[in-house]
Design a protein around this ligand. Structure first.
Ligand code: DAH
Length: 353
């Protein structure tokens, strides 16, 4: 073999390595030259048949070619490894100029803030706080509250029904108000003190609020199919409308953080109260100065409702109210569209925290 022939083997090997685009392709190309049956390996095997003198010169030439090929192979290996690393670094590059992914502290929804505030204020006036089911029986939502099936007053509280019938064969409903909690709580209260009453003790008065979600078939700028109310109930042996009025006045003054606020009771109708009233408030200053704003229904608990609670209407007298939490929240913060509460827009929600 001539020197040119060795040179051309080396040149071919270099070309083959240069065209290999991946480590696997490179190893394939390598096999053709320095692998088990590669070009150089074959030449080495051929040395055995030569004379000692020829072995020396031929062997030295083969070795030189082999070293050149291995050098080219290693250089290409390195180049491919470098390229791979480069590509990986590029793919996984961090853009340090991007804003970090911070964990922002969350905040309470304005209606939740109102709910907590109301619980604190009423707790400070000695009221218990109760919670109850949102999927309610027909009896609790309506009939127990002196609003039997087919009573026209039911249309004031058109709600949603679920596909499950109660014991009375009437479907369960999504409670249209928190008022069913009046009867539920009264039953719990009576049960709690039953043993004491048997021993001749007097049952303590009922003083409770029950805030929570309520539902109605209603949707516009001031009504949402899901909204919140707080129910208030006070039952004792010797209380009057004046007590209800005092409590409610204290509540709104604390809630709105001003004593410059009037309350008025306006005659109204609810099946579960007699007489019934709407509670209006008027601020003595600010943007709503002097305007009467309706914030609650209220009234003296109807004798039929007291009986359904298991109480004797000749002995007990009760006063109740039900106020909308969205309405109170809107007045407190000057919000003009109820739908803002439920759009989940952070630009709105962030303003309360
Ligand atoms: N439940 C009534 C409603 O949703 C509000 C209400 C009125 C509650 C008078 C009361 C009450 O407890 O006494 O419109």
């Amino acid at each position: 073999m001539t020197t040119q022939e060795f040179d051309s083997i080396v040149a071919n090997a270099r070309d083959a390595f240069a065209t290999a685009r991946t480590p696997a392709e490179l190893e394939n190309a390598k096999a053709q030259y320095v692998g088990k049956s590669g070009r150089i390996t074959e030449l080495m095997k051929g040395l055995a048949a030569l004379s000692v003198e020829d072995k020396k010169t031929r062997g030295a030439a083969i070795n030189q070619a082999k070293q050149a090929i291995e050098a080219a192979l290693n250089a290409r290996r390195q180049a491919l490894a470098d390229a791979e690393l480069e590509a990986q670094l590029k793919a996984e590059a961090l853009d340090v100029s991007l804003p970090g992914r911070v964990r922002e502290p969350g905040g309470l929804h304005p209606v939740s803030l109102t709910l907590e505030r109301i619980e604190q204020i009423f707790a400070s006036m000695g009221f218990d706080v109760a919670d109850g089911p949102e999927v309610e029986s027909d009896w609790h939502s309506f009939t127990s509250l002196n609003n039997p099936p087919n009573h026209p007053a039911r249309s004031m509280q058109d709600t949603f029904y679920v596909d499950i019938d109660g014991d009375d064969g009437i479907p369960y409903n999504l409670r249209p108000h928190t008022s069913p909690m009046q009867v539920r709580y009264a039953h719990q209260h009576i049960k709690r003190y039953a043993d004491g009453v048997k021993r001749g003790e007097t049952m303590p008065e009922i003083r409770v609020i029950a805030p929570g979600r309520t539902y109605r078939v209603d949707s516009d700028a001031t009504h949402s199919p899901m909204f919140h109310q707080v129910e208030g109930l006070w039952i004792d042996e010797d209380i009057s409308f004046a007590d209800l009025k005092g409590v409610y006045l204290n509540f709104v003054r604390a809630f709105f953080e001003t004593d410059d606020l009037q309350v008025r009771f306006r005659p109204s109708y609810f099946p579960f109260t007699e007489p019934s009233a709407e509670i209006d408030i008027a601020f003595g200053s600010g943007p709503l100065n002097g305007r009467w704003l309706e914030v609650s229904g209220a009234g003296q608990v109807h004798p039929t409702v007291l009986r359904n609670m298991g109480l004797d209407p000749d002995r007990y007298i009760g006063f109740a109210f039900g106020s909308g939490l969205e309405r109170l929240t809107m007045l407190r913060y000057g919000i003009n569209d109820l739908r803002l509460f439920y759009e989940g827009d952070l630009r709105f929600l962030k303003q309360f925290n």
